[in-house]
Unconditional design. Structure first.
Length: 171
């Protein structure tokens, strides 16, 4: 009985025959090379004016893991962790967050005060769709929330195009 292949290997994707052991060795060598610049990038994430944090779950081997990302104006850092808890998020930013922390609604970010933690606009749009989908009065509320999100994105695109000043949107 033959074993069914569940994924594509390097040979299938790139035409490079490679054993599992070679892949593991390559991962280790890559990690050693990328650790020093990775540490430098992580230091650049500490104490930004605005940081965006997010994580998505997946598997690392046979265990659940999260790929997390911290995005600031100057640097973006990714890391794989076994937890998506608040301690992991705080470690990613260091202790000196001085500004806004843009996130989704995960409990992992509840350590940051709500007034300094605006929701990612994609989350606002998803919430509007979900509320709208409940029907009855909720449909009207969801429509109103989506209209506000649409207006904000229209303004933002104008700011990026240079046809509207950011200061006008803020007032």
């Amino acid at each position: 009985m033959s074993k069914r292949r569940t994924g594509q290997g390097m040979d299938d994707v790139c035409g490079v025959p490679m054993s599992v052991g070679t892949v593991s060795q390559s991962e280790q060598a890559t990690t050693q090379v990328l650790d020093p610049p990775g540490e430098e990038a992580r230091a650049g994430v500490e104490a930004p004016e605005v940081a965006h944090l997010d994580a998505t779950s997946g598997r690392q081997g046979d265990k659940r893991a999260w790929l997390g990302g911290a995005v600031t104006r100057l640097v973006t850092v990714f890391g794989v962790r076994r937890s998506r808890g608040g301690q992991v998020a705080r470690e990613g930013l260091g202790e000196g967050l001085a500004g806004l922390l843009v996130t989704d609604r995960s409990r992992a970010y509840h350590w940051s005060p709500v007034r300094w933690r605006p929701l990612c606009w994609a989350q606002v749009r998803r919430a509007g769709e979900a509320i709208r989908g409940r029907g009855w009065v909720c449909e009207e509320m969801g429509d109103a929330l989506l209209a506000q999100a649409h207006q904000m994105f229209a303004w933002w695109h104008r700011v990026r195009e240079g046809t509207l000043k950011r200061s006008t949107v803020r007032s």
